[in-house]
Design a protein around this ligand. Structure first.
Ligand SMILES: [Zn+2]
Length: 262
């Protein structure tokens, strides 16, 4: 007879008899049984499950179990504070803030392009990221399951994809961020607010072609970076919007700063 070991996490234990709570336990099975079937036969609804790790590898419900597998099963936990996520849906929170871990620099840029307050440094230590997340009520974004599960982190979202644009659209969909996007309001370098600035004021810093063809300019009050429509920033924004519109038919994500759309 074949045997696997299961371990269920957090509220998934509510479906199990007490002696199986939060411990590894053995289960027999017939070859050809999928992990999803086995979990259901233990009385756990698949809808409550977000992640299955078989011998530390993420697997789908249709994975066919093998003798000796060690299977950990985790519930949904996009946001540990579930009241927060429901509030997001009913009335958008104005202060949805993020901190990206050291491997998510590109995602951070994309979020800032959309105007979302996002901290990032490739020099942050785990302790610093956890502290910023707690102290500034920032949702910690990471591809590391360990970091997301850090005992001191209260708000976190596990980034599944390795591809930054996929990461962004997943995040927008899951956390319902589309209504919060406010492009060209945040500095890509330092995350501070950018504000419109008179062309005259910064004319001496512009290249001739830029000065000739563009009229609307923005400046970061903190690091003094200048942005303008038609710049790399704007091109990247168009690129992001095109990608998001493919996945998300969300009206509020149409590009409001584009004069052609107004
Ligand atoms: Zn700046």
């Amino acid at each position: 007879m074949n045997q696997v070991c299961f371990r269920f996490y957090e509220e998934l234990n509510d479906y199990l008899p007490k002696e199986l709570h939060k411990v590894w336990f053995e289960c027999r099975f017939e070859l050809g049984t999928s992990v999803g079937e086995k979990i259901q036969s233990l009385g756990i609804p698949l809808d409550d499950i977000d992640l299955i790790l078989v011998n530390q590898q993420s697997k789908r419900f249709d994975y066919l179990m093998q003798d000796g597998d060690r299977i950990s099963v985790y519930p949904e936990f996009e946001l540990f504070d579930l009241s927060g996520i429901s509030q997001l849906r009913e009335k958008p929170l104005r202060n949805t803030r993020f901190i990206c871990d050291v491997h998510l620099g590109r995602l951070c840029k994309y979020l800032r392009m959309l105007g979302l307050d996002t901290l990032y440094s490739n020099r942050y230590t785990t302790k610093e990221m956890v502290n910023f997340s707690r102290q500034e009520k920032r949702i910690l974004l990471s591809r590391s399951y360990q970091l997301i599960r850090h005992k001191e982190v209260t708000h976190a979202y596990w980034i599944r994809s390795a591809e930054p644009l996929e990461q962004l659209s997943d995040l927008i969909r899951k956390l319902d961020l589309s209504g919060l996007a406010n492009p060209l309001t945040r500095c890509l370098n330092c995350n501070d607010r950018i504000v419109t600035v008179e062309k005259q004021e910064i004319l001496h810093r512009l290249q001739a072609m830029t000065a000739k063809y563009y009229t609307e300019f923005f400046k970061c009050a903190a690091c003094d970076q200048i942005y303008w429509k038609g710049s790399h920033y704007e091109n990247m924004l168009e690129f992001i919007y095109r990608h998001l519109e493919k996945d998300l038919p969300v009206k509020s994500l149409t590009h409001e700063t584009d004069p052609d759309n107004s």
